[in-house]
Design a protein around this ligand. Structure first.
Ligand SMILES: Nc1ncnc2c1ncn2[C@@H]1O[C@H](COP(=O)(O)OP(=O)(O)OP(=O)(O)O)[C@@H](O)[C@H]1O
Ligand SMILES: [Mg+2]
Length: 278
């Protein structure tokens, strides 16, 4: 898009404004049973750009899930501000944000279709519109054939697709995923990654993915934040420069190896530094 052609100043600002912005965000958990408070995160400054695929990697326990919960509005920050589309996030998951967790959270007593419909129940949409939305998402996630199956009749990868579909049906502008493929084998993970890339292109949402898999982060993302050991800070934001049209074959690209190696170097140095400091 040629910004010079956007005549209206306000329009220009809206386009350039970050979708999510964190300023000096810090999280300290109160002491558990007479112990010490845990400084889990920050202070962090971070802007997510509308439409990008953004990943976060970092050592275990560095505060990734904490960061995820803060952006999702599931927990309050101890200090600092977080805004989604210019409005402060406080209290609950804002409209426009969809959340996918690590664990398979399908309801076993509901069919695939009923699981996906769940979120729409509250929105007072006419039944026909609701069915149309669910139908579209079933198709997008290649689940149409399995609409009447129960979760126990699906593979782990398919169940995770149902969880993603359940979020997608709400048409979020920002999708937050916390290690969504962690329980899957490597091959399925790569293929699920491809599906998420396809969806990301199809729906034009912004994706924020937490993962411990460096190859996954390097393959999927436009930008990757590498976090320090706890309290988590952002050590570096790596830009991959991948084209929007991409899939797992990016693994064969000459630039893939150096990108993944750079992530590993940052993370390895950080883990060693943190171990020395103990
Ligand atoms: N509700 C809580 N109460 C107290 N401490 C917490 C709470 N949630 C997280 N923590 C602490 O905050 C720190 C960061 O935890 P967090 O779950 O964010 O790490 P993570 O980077 O997601 O780790 P992993 O890669 O293992 O998932 C840990 O030391 C953890 O013990
Ligand atoms: Mg976590």
């Amino acid at each position: 898009m040629d910004l010079g052609r956007l005549k209206n100043k306000q329009q220009k600002e809206t386009f350039l404004a970050p979708l999510v912005s964190l300023r000096q965000v810090k999280k300290v958990f109160p002491p558990v049973r007479g112990g010490n408070p845990v400084h889990a995160l920050g202070p962090i400054d971070l802007d997510l750009r509308a439409g990008e695929f953004f990943a976060v990697v970092g050592p275990s326990g560095c505060g990734k899930s904490t960061l995820f919960e803060l952006i999702a509005g599931l927990a309050p920050a101890t200090e600092g501000t977080i805004a989604f589309e210019g409005k402060p996030i406080a209290g609950n998951v804002p409209d426009g944000i969809g959340v996918v967790f690590q664990e398979d959270s399908c309801l076993p007593w509901r069919t695939v279709r009923a699981n996906i419909e769940l979120g729409l129940r509250k929105s007072r949409l006419p039944a026909a519109e609701r069915d149309a939305k669910v139908g579209k998402v079933l198709e997008l996630m290649n689940l149409t054939e399995f609409a009447s199956h129960y979760p126990a009749q699906l593979s782990g990868g398919m169940r995770q697709r149902v969880c993603i579909a359940r979020t997608l049906v709400m048409e979020p502008r920002l999708i937050l995923l916390d290690e969504p493929f962690a329980a899957l084998d490597q091959q399925t993970r790569l293929l699920m990654g491809e599906e998420v890339l396809r969806l990301w292109r199809a729906i034009g949402a912004t994706v924020f993915l937490i993962t411990h898999a460096l190859d996954e982060a390097a393959m999927l993302s436009d930008r990757i934040a590498v976090m320090s050991a706890r309290p988590g800070h952002i050590l570096e934001i790596v830009e991959t420069g991948w084209p929007r049209e991409r899939d797992s074959r990016i693994l064969e690209d000459d630039r893939f190896g150096p990108t993944a190696a750079h992530l590993w170097r940052l993370l390895r140095n950080e883990t060693l530094r943190a171990a020395d400091a103990r």
